[in-house]
Design a protein. Structure first.
Lengths: 188, 188
């Protein structure tokens, strides 16, 4: 698919077919996405792949529990606007996708957010070029229980930047609206 | 160009033809890149386009001056490894590119780095699809003099996330090396 067509047609997918993504496909997409640029070519990204729905359900429950606890402690928490849906027992933050990739890196690495975001962008685009859907799940970063972190292989010194679900899209939504670009100044 | 071919062939370009990029082309690329996803579709990105080499030279000098001052105050500054080149009067942090786009946004916006990085990724890819070269210039974020900020239209409450140069590539470098993906765990 042509690049510009892909940028136009890519959507965040929250509704998936009941069909597994082969681990080899996911690792191929990860390998290709490592072509993303990073600050000083530092490539700080590391990966955990969860290709099992039962584990993803537990990670969703953990994230929901921690976010609700954040809200209880701080009513100004940015998670506050999600409170109702987080209280819904049926809601899975990973939308019942078949697979989840955690993009993580050293907690104190200076450009970690930027570098992992560039990786994530490549990941979402090259997945879309293969007919796969993805969605960056901001609510999925809140895994804190040490046993669970250990179980899924996230080292203590690392931080989750991007939890990205991936699977075969069932419904492709309409594009979400975009604002006009806010051009503050053109010096020419 | 096919997406996967583009991801493979895109390079960070630091050597440009002496040829201006029409402002309309730059604004077209910005508009297209606003299709990037952002947290909660918040689209916090705003833009300043500097399409004048003389201004870019002054912005380079300002960044160099501020980075050298950071190093003098803190020898552990991450800029320390660039000290020699920053002292070189001939060095322009923007590599004499013809045009510079500052991607900026509200200083305290929670997901600003992530959102602007996703925008920057789209920008670099769609520019490459048009035969244009780009490079994210980390050293170019250090504009602090209030008069200069005002002159180029960056509001006080905003922060520069991504200074991206753009122009017609003169030399396309070999790919910089990539590590094997660091797969910490696959749960399947």
């Amino acid at each position: 698919m042509e690049v510009q067509e892909l940028l136009k047609n890519r959507r965040s997918i929250r509704d998936y077919e009941e069909k597994e993504v082969p681990v080899e496909t996911v690792t191929d997409i990860i390998r290709e996405s490592c072509l993303a640029p990073s600050s000083g070519n530092g490539q700080p990204w590391q990966f955990v792949v969860i290709n099992r729905k039962e584990t993803m359900k537990r990670l969703s429950d953990e994230s929901k529990k921690n976010l609700l606890s954040d809200i209880a402690q701080n009513p100004d928490s940015p998670a506050k606007k999600y409170e109702d849906i987080l209280r819904n027992k049926e809601f899975n933050v990973f939308y019942n996708a078949p697979c989840l990739v955690y993009v993580i890196g050293p907690r104190d690495y200076r450009s970690l957010d930027v570098d992992c975001s560039l990786f994530a962008c490549y990941f979402m685009l090259t997945a879309a070029a293969r007919g796969l859907g993805t969605c960056w799940i901001g609510l999925g970063t809140n895994v804190r229980t040490p046993e669970l972190m250990r179980e899924i292989g996230i080292p203590k010194g690392c931080r989750i930047v991007a939890p990205i679900i991936i699977g075969y899209p069932k419904n492709i939504p309409e594009p979400s609206p975009r604002n006009e670009p806010k051009m503050l100044k053109i010096v020419s």
